[in-house]
Ligand binder design. Structure first.
Ligand code: MG
Length: 375
């Protein structure tokens, strides 16, 4: 089933005080960034983020491949309708609508809702009430039966055409999209929700969300190593920078050992094989290729798997050419390719004291390490 997601980020956060809660930071990213990442981790690649018209600048960093931004309306229901209308020209089969203020939804929860859409026109997560239920002010006036009562969560999933029709027909306010769906006569299945899938509402919720998200944080380190031999030529390319030299490097591509080692470090952290598997030297397409192509491919694989590259460290081993003067340009080139600040890219050079193949000037070796964090 072809699915899209809507992140509802139009709230102004009056209840919480301070800036709207979806733009506050928790565990290294903003609440809305976590909410969008949750849908992506569950396999939803096409997203619409509906934001308050005054929050275009806050929403802007969310835009990117597969993600579009839409200004919302005066009510939650109007905002969701704006998101649905943005999807309507190329309608998906189904849509998952998720509160930006729920940063802790798991990929498993998103997949549960998505899978239920295969057999239901609507599906939403909820938890049964376990506490007793009272009505009262400062004293209990009545104990209420809790049988059959649920605490509703998001993402709420629907077949696209019926939920679009339901929202178009619905004029007023609604607490959530299930309410809109029920008024249109849709049947919504309940799938198991998650205790951790809290909605940031009250003071203290951000701290609770931070504890949940930090517990899940996944850090990976990958390493890479590469060697190319010197051969005829008038330059070498190292970490994307062309350096005049009295010899070249023998390679199928441009022979950039630094970028080859770094590409392998990213692939290693992902557990996705090595550069030779993704770009076989036997394939004529890669003859003379700029090795930044390989690095960008590995970076895109990190993005697809929701890993961000946080840092890399490359060591080049050779007696010649001299590297030092080229390090600033190398750091800029690698930082650009990875979308990192230059402070997170380290490039070092060393000789091997005239020992071994690098010491005899037969070639250049490179080692690289990269640190990845799951978003
Ligand atoms: Mg190589």
């Amino acid at each position: 089933m072809n699915l899209a997601g809507i992140i509802v980020a139009g709230g102004r956060g009056e209840r919480h005080g301070g800036p709207p809660k979806q733009w506050r930071s928790v565990a290294g990213r903003r609440v809305a960034d976590h909410a969008a990442a949750a849908l992506r981790a569950g396999g939803i690649r096409r997203l619409v983020v509906v934001h308050h018209p005054d929050d275009a600048a806050e929403a802007a960093p969310l835009a990117g491949e597969g993600v579009s931004l839409v200004p919302g309306g005066a009510t939650r229901a109007r905002s969701v309708l704006a998101g649905l209308e943005a999807l309507a020209p190329a309608p998906p089969d189904g849509v998952l609508i998720h509160d930006a203020a729920r940063p802790c939804a798991s990929a498993a929860l998103v997949r549960r809702v998505a899978e239920a859409l295969g057999t239901h026109e609507g599906a939403a997560p909820a938890l049964p009430l376990t506490d007793a239920l009272w009505r009262g002010d400062d004293a209990v006036e009545a104990a209420l039966p809790r049988d059959g009562l649920w605490r509703a969560q998001t993402p709420q999933g629907f077949r696209f055409a019926p939920i679009l029709a339901a929202h178009r027909a619905h004029g007023g306010e609604a607490a959530d999209d299930v309410e809109v769906a029920l008024r249109a006569g849709l049947r919504v299945a309940i799938v198991p929700g998650e205790e951790d899938n809290l909605k940031i509402t009250r003071p203290g919720d951000l701290e609770r969300a931070a504890r949940i998200l930090e517990r899940r944080m996944e850090i990976r380190v990958g390493n890479g190593y590469d060697v190319h031999a010197f051969g005829p030529g008038g330059h070498v390319t190292l970490c994307g920078v062309r350096i005049p030299h009295d010899r070249g490097l023998v390679a199928h591509s441009d022979g950039d050992v630094g970028l080859h080692a770094l590409t392998d470090a990213l692939l290693g952290a992902l557990g996705c094989g090595d550069i030779g598997q993704h770009f076989p030297p036997s394939d004529p397409r890669w003859k003379g290729e700029d090795s930044l192509t390989f690095l960008r491919h590995a970076k895109a694989m990190c993005d697809e798997r929701d890993f961000s590259v946080e840092h890399c460290d490359i060591t080049l081993v050779c007696e010649a050419p001299r590297i030092g003067a080229h390090v600033p340009a190398m750091r800029r080139t690698v930082a650009d390719a990875l979308g990192l600040g230059e402070g997170r890219v380290s490039i070092k050079a060393t000789t091997s004291e005239r020992l071994g193949f690098t010491g005899r000037g037969e070639g250049i070796a490179a080692l690289a390490t990269a640190t990845l964090v799951r978003r």
